[in-house]
Design a protein around this ligand. Structure first.
Ligand code: PBG
Length: 333
């Protein structure tokens, strides 16, 4: 029986929300497994698969054990990984970062041989390799920008020579994109893309990562090279500079507290913008879920979708496997 509508206004937003198939049909944001990148920690050694206490469900793998995780990831449909190295030896200039026998280089050669169809991105930075934990070499107590550049360029080149498909410098030294681009071009790698951690803020949300990668600075903090979180326009400037130096993709990091920056950078620049949902964002959800204070699955979905809604072309996330499964189940996307 149809009654006349006693409130004859024309717009009823709820009409589009009443049916789950319709809700899915009219979604504005779609997720795809091909836009997910899984970060992985590779530790020098053999037979290591060690859970990271501050990041439950994430592990440090020696290169041989990494292969099992790559297999699991590719079965879930995740085909892009971002590798971080944890060396046994650290020194003042981080020389293991560019060693041919370094942990990332070794892992890359092995992984490329076993899983040649995955896409390997490497983090280029010195903080995991320096005894003082800073992202460059020191002059006194300050990080020396210009002296660090050739070391970053050597590191990036050694990754590409070992098989990296793309390098991602995260050190935040000025001029590093140009230095890396020139080094790659001079050695015949002009086709290798650079994903610049262009807009990277000094953030409390890297805390668990620094435990995972054993890379906390021994003194001071990273505020003289990573960005001040009060600034949005500076992020636009950084993105612009890195593009001018030859970056192919831009990154905004962290993700959740910087959705405004992500929106702005992705709207302004006609290049792919990658968001990095960092360790603290992962651990926050994990911890709250463990306490029974939040539903983990819903929190994973909502946060990931919010990052894509803000304009991300791709997302680096420790929840990549879970998201792939939720996409498969039709829960999101
Ligand atoms: C290395 C680097 C860091 C992260 C990515 N690359 C740590 C830092 O800058 O202190 C953080 C990633 C995360 O928290 O998940 N410079």
């Amino acid at each position: 029986m149809n009654h006349p509508d006693p409130f004859p206004f024309l717009q009823r937003s709820r009409r589009l929300r009443g049916n789950s198939l319709l809700r899915q049909m009219v979604r504005e944001t779609r997720l795809s497994k091909s836009a997910l990148i899984a970060p992985l920690f590779v530790q020098e050694g053999v037979g290591i698969r060690q859970e990271i206490p501050s990041m439950e469900g994430q592990y440090r793998y020696s290169p041989d054990q990494l292969l099992y995780e790559l297999e699991t990831l590719s079965k879930t449909g995740i085909q892009q990984v971002l590798l971080f190295g944890i060396p046994n030896q650290k020194d003042a200039c981080g020389s293991q970062a560019w060693s041919e026998q370094g942990v990332v280089q070794t892992a890359l050669r092995l992984a490329k041989q076993e899983f040649p169809n995955l896409f390997y991105i490497t983090d280029v930075c010195l903080c995991e390799y320096t005894s003082h934990g800073h992202c460059g070499i020191l002059s006194g107590n300050t990080v020396d920008n210009d002296q660090t550049l050739p070391l970053l360029a050597k590191t990036a080149l050694s990754h590409v020579q070992a098989g990296a498909d793309m390098v991602a410098p995260s050190d935040m030294m000025d001029g590093r994109i140009l230095a890396i681009r020139q080094a790659l071009d001079q050695h015949g790698f002009s086709s290798s893309p650079i994903l610049s951690y262009a807009v990277k803020y000094a953030s409390a949300f890297y805390g668990p990562f620094r435990e995972a990668a054993d890379s906390a600075p021994a003194f001071g903090d990273r505020k003289s090279y990573q960005m001040d979180y009060h600034n949005r326009r500076e992020g636009v400037k950084k993105a612009q500079q890195d593009l001018e130096q030859g970056a192919d993709l831009l990154m905004v990091k962290p993700a959740l507290s910087y959705l405004d920056v992500l929106y702005e950078v992705s709207s302004r620049f006609p290049v792919p913008t990658v968001a990095y949902s960092v360790s603290g964002e992962y651990s926050m959800i994990k911890a709250a879920a463990k306490l029974g204070w939040m539903d983990e699955v819903n929190a994973i979905c909502e946060t990931a979708v919010s990052i894509f809604r803000a304009g991300a072309s791709a997302l680096i996330t420790y929840y990549a496997k879970e998201l792939a499964q939720f996409i498969e189940e039709g829960r999101i996307g």
